[in-house]
Design a protein around this ligand. Structure first.
Ligand SMILES: Nc1ncnc2c1ncn2[C@@H]1O[C@H](COP(=O)(O)OP(=O)(O)OP(=O)(O)O)[C@@H](O)[C@H]1O
Length: 365
């Protein structure tokens, strides 16, 4: 177990492309941190610099207070699990797991005990005599995990380890990985572009865009206190609805208005708007914070339902406001259907406001 610190960590490919730029992060002992972001945002590059597989252009990697920026990978005491299972086909499962321990010249009794321990942890103790070709994809990935666990690394690095598995197995493995982390307490960095994977596993999520960190926080923090429109749009399914609106100030009220929507803002939100002197603003409302109501006075808009997508536990309702499709997550009952006219209000506590120019969230909400 160890702490990890990244200081201004940057990687430039060629003359122009920055794979990662000024990444600053402190990871606590035993923490499970997930790097999340769209394809090409720099997650893998950053992970590989931590592992020592990628040369650092600028900045430092510190593990347990020691500068390892230029230390070769095997001396860093980190283990990495990749998306492709990367198990050796000519070795049995036992030998695959034992290999890194044999390299370290560990006594055979110790190796036996460790293989038994980690294979139980990842539930492959029955498969030790098989070869990888005799395993399913999920089982192969478990072998790769066991091999990484066997060396008891200071830091566990995982690059999309679940993405080759089918949807059901992915969800199952998430829970298992979280349980393994709970058991081992190993400091873990996990890379994914799947936000629900990140939300369900992470102690903290590091959201990246264009090689930079845009927000670091617990799953709740990045969901409820999004730093900007990028985070609000990236986290959550269906994604946040965004509206460009005018700020209409009168002596006793403030309204946020566009052609279709009129929001009379609450006292709480009023405060943050007092400091905002622009006439336009971006409003973000999550689909579950739009509420279908019978009360005309509460409604921020009234519209015909375009389509209803039943999901069992809830319904996703789409309406069209001009060119924009707006999504509403409603409870499973009452049932709605296309062409029905609905009044829609909102949970004012969950309204998100963003600066029209910077797209950063307004403070004090
Ligand atoms: N060897 C390379 N040479 C040149 N550019 C590279 C190289 N490796 C990565 N890049 C670029 O660096 C940026 C970050 O890539 P990286 O692989 O870290 O992204 P990622 O977030 O892990 O994406 P993905 O989810 O698709 O794996 C991208 O713009 C990518 O094109």
């Amino acid at each position: 177990m160890a702490t990890l610190e990244l200081i201004n960590l940057s990687k430039r490919y060629g003359k122009k492309v920055w794979g990662a730029k000024n990444v600053n992060l402190k990871v606590n002992n035993g923490e499970f941190v997930v790097f999340l972001g769209p394809s090409g945002c720099g997650k893998t590059t950053t992970l590989r610099m931590i592992a020592g597989l990628e040369e650092v252009t600028e900045g430092k990697v510190i593990i347990d207070g020691k500068d390892v920026t230029y230390l070769e990978p095997r001396k860093r005491e980190v283990s990495m699990v990749f998306q492709s299972y990367a198990v050796w086909p000519h070795m049995t499962v036992y030998d695959n797991i034992a290999f890194p321990l044999k390299l370290r010249k560990m006594p055979s009794k110790f190796i036996d005990k460790t293989v038994e321990e980690v294979s139980k942890m990842v539930k492959i103790e029955e498969l030790l005599k098989r070869y990888p070709s005799q395993l399913s994809g999920g089982q192969r990935q478990r072998v790769a995990l066991a091999r990484a666990l066997a060396v008891k690394p200071k830091i566990f690095l995982m690059d999309e380890p679940l993405s080759n598995l089918d949807a059901k197995l992915r969800v199952k493995m998430r829970t298992e990985l979280k349980a393994i982390h709970h058991k081992t307490g190993a400091t873990t960095i996990f890379v994914t572009h799947d936000q629900s994977e990140a939300m369900s596993m992470a102690d903290r999520i590091v959201i990246m865009k264009d090689g930079r960190i845009v927000q670091v926080g617990t799953p709740d923090e990045v969901y409820f206190n999004c730093a900007n429109t990028f985070v609000a749009g990236f986290i959550g399914t269906p994604p946040t609805n965004f509206f460009k609106m005018n700020v209409i100030r009168s002596s006793d009220e403030i309204h946020l208005k566009n052609e279709y929507i009129d929001i009379k803002i609450s006292e709480k939100v009023k405060k943050s708007l007092e400091k905002y002197n622009k006439d336009e603003i971006i409003v973000g409302i999550r689909p579950e914070n739009l509420l279908i109501t019978n009360n005309n006075d509460e409604a921020i808009f009234k519209e015909k339902i375009l389509v209803v997508e039943p999901q069992g536990s809830h319904q996703i309702i789409a309406v069209e406001l001009g060119e924009q499709i707006v999504k509403i997550v409603a409870p499973a009952f009452p049932k709605y259907s296309a062409d029905e006219i609905i009044n829609v209000s909102l949970d004012h506590e969950r309204l998100m406001l963003f600066d029209i120019d910077t797209e950063e969230r307004l403070e004090d909400i």
